[in-house]
Design a protein around this ligand. Sequence first.
Ligand code: NDP
Length: 332
Amino acid sequence: ASAAAAEMVKAIRVHELGGPEVLKWEDVEIGEPKEGEIRVKNKAIGVNFIDVYYRKGVYKAELPFTPGREAVGVVTAVGPGLTDRKVGDIVAYAGNPMGSYAEEQILPASVAVPVPPAVDYKIAASVLLKGMTAYVLLHQCFKVEAGHTVLVHAAAGGVGSLLCQWAKALGATIIGTVSSEEKASQAADDGCHHVIIYTKEDFVAKVNEITSGKGVNVVYDSVGRDTFQGSLACLMSRGYMVSFGQSSGGPDPVPLSDLAPKSLFLTRPSLMHYTATRDELLQAAGEVFANIASGVLRVRINHTYPLSDAARVHADLEARKTSGSIVLIPDS
Ligand code: NDP
């Protein structure tokens, strides 16, 4: 049988787990979208720390795989059974499935959201996953209100930058931690009332001093191992520990008895559980885009690279050399 020659696109592929060097720039075959699917030519691809976890095997995926969980692109083909999508639509997606480090990919239409004309496609690609995370953390995992004091670790990071800006707009007092002077000035610019350089200063002692011994209402901790115990120590009585990442490694197990002295709450949220239905996804994405359009959120795209340079980007992200958002642009 003489099937038509398979169509190939370029993508970053992972055949074995490891350091940034396992990210290979290769040709992959792309088919046609099946029932309920769309084919999307990516214009900009968002890089997230979760991409590092999958590459290293902290989170498991079947090998080989194409990493990446966020992109904006143009629909190039629509699978059977879809009436509300058309070729030429600009769509964004963030979350499942994996595979956005590619010139073109096939997605379930149910995960793609429209990008409002007021939002630039590169901005959308750099903010959807991080912005929906910030939305869920500030409005659903714990509801931040005016008068609250909030501690945000990695405050100059992709999610951190958005958390600070959004929490400030909600009227909270924000304490941010960062690793360098340069990141400190960005965090202050994003609304942190107090910035602690946690690589030089004891952040627990500083938070204690800033809050006059009272502690904070909530900690948003994405750093994990290096900060977790200190974060618990920073909370006020009945405070909320929101542990949503482990950039420094997974935190040690926490005995329930550690929560008892202050009647603390502890949650370990995943964005996908808060955007599981189409309505929840559209609500979260809508809030992110609306807050960008209105100027509440300013997205810092501090790093833009060709898609083929993904390995360099991963190396920088893991070495704490990046701040704000990172975007990959397909070469062709
Ligand atoms: P960031 O831009 O925040 O990058 C990670 C930052 O973490 C670094 O810049 C660094 O900031 C800090 N960090 C502290 N210790 C380390 C370390 N040992 N190695 C590397 N970085 C370290 O990444 P993202 O915005 O993409 O993601 C932020 C976090 O949020 C991640 O942990 C991610 O997994 C999590 N996340 C969780 C989601 C969920 O659903 N639960 C959804 C989205 C993100 P500094 O130099 O200032 O210390």
